[in-house]
Design a protein around this ligand. Sequence first.
Ligand code: LLP
Length: 395
Amino acid sequence: MNQNNKAESRLAATGPTQFPVERFAETPTPFYYYDIALLRATLEAINRGADHDGFHVHYAVKANSNPELLKVIAGAGLGADTVSLGEIEAAIAAGFAAADVVFAGVGKTDREIAEALRLGVGCLNVESAEELEVIISIASEMGVKAPVALRVNPEIDAHTHHYITTGLAENKFGIAMSMLPALMERCREAQEVDFRGLHFHIGSQITDLTPYRILCERINALQEEYAGYDIPTLNVGGGLGIDYDHPDEHPIPDFEAYFGIFAECLKLRHGQELHFELGRAVTGQCGSLISRVTYVKQGVGKRFVITDAGMTDLIRPALYQAHHKIENLTSQSDHCERYDVVGPICESSDRFGESELLPVTSRGDLLAFRSAGAYGEVMASQYNCRSLPGKLYDF
Ligand code: LLP
C-alpha cells in the first residue's frame, strides 16, 4: 500500500485534536509545524510575568530564527539577543529595532563588530579583554562610541547537560571574576566606550530555579563591590527550561515564578534596568517535527520504527541525549507496543527513542516529535545530501 494513502485512511477517527492532521496528510514530510496561537499565548504570559519595574525581555534568536516566528515575537515587544551578523540582520528584518538588539558571542569578527556599530545595536556583550580592545579600536576608527556590557562568568553550576552549561570557570564563555576589576576600569576610562552594564548567563534547560536565586545573590554582592561604578543595566541571560515530557500539561513555562525570583531576590539600583534573554522558553513548545513512518522493521528481539525524519532535522537527541515526546497521530489501535524510533541517517546516534511505548504503529503513520520549536529547525543540516525540513504554520 502506498504510504500516503495509508495515513489518509487512518485520519478520520483518531487524530489528536490539537494537531490539524488532515493538513499534515497533504504536506510532504518531514516538516516543522508551528502553533502560532501557542506562541502568542506564551508571549502574553511572558509579558504578564515580567511586568515589574525595569524588566525587559529579549528573545535569544539562536533558539529559532524562523522569520514568521521572529515577526510575532518582535510584535509582542520583546528585544532580540543575537550572536552573529546573520542573526542581527534577521532580527532587524523581522521588525526588531536595532536599539533593542544585543550582540553577544565569544568570537565576534571585526566585520561583525563594525556592522553592529554601524547598524546601531543597543549593546555588545563583551566576553574577553582581547575583544574589548578590538571593539575600542574599531569604534575609534569609526568615530563612534560603542555600547558595551561585560559578560561575567558567575561560576554557578546550573546542573544541566554539560554541553549546555555555560556559567562555570572551565567554559570558554565570559570574563572571570578575577579579571573584572581591570575591565571595569578600562570601560570607565575609554572614551570610545559607553558602558551599559554587566551580563550573565548560567546555562540552558534549567528546570530547578535555585541556581537563579544563587545568581541573584552573586549579582547583589557584585553590585556592592562595584558601588562606585555606574551600571545602568544588568542582563541575567536565559536558560529557563521547558517540560519536554509533558508538553500538553505544561505548554507554557511558569514565567511568574521565574521572573518573581528576580523581583524578590535581586536588589536593583534606582533606575537600573534588568534584561532577560530567553530562547527555549519562548519558542520550544510551539513547534513539533512531523514525520512519516517509512518502515516498521522487525529486528532481533526488538522492533524499529524508521521515520523519514532524522538527526539532520532534529539533532538534539543525537547531540545531547535529549528526548522529545513522540506521538503517533494516525494509529487507530488501542493496543500499545514498544519500538525503537530511529531515523534514516547512517549514524547509530540517529535515534529519537528507545523502547518507546506507542500505539501499534505501521508504515505510513504520522508521528509528532513534540517540543521541537527551539534548537530544532535552526540546527538542521543537509548531511547525507538531504533536503532541509519543510514548515507548516497554524496562525
Ligand atoms: N543567552 C546566552 C548568552 C546564551 O548562550 C543562550 C543559549 C541563551 C541566552 C538562551 O538560552 P535558552 O533560554 O534558550 O536556554 N542547542 C542547545 C542549547 C544551547 C544554548 C546556547 N545558549 C539545546 O538544544 O539544548
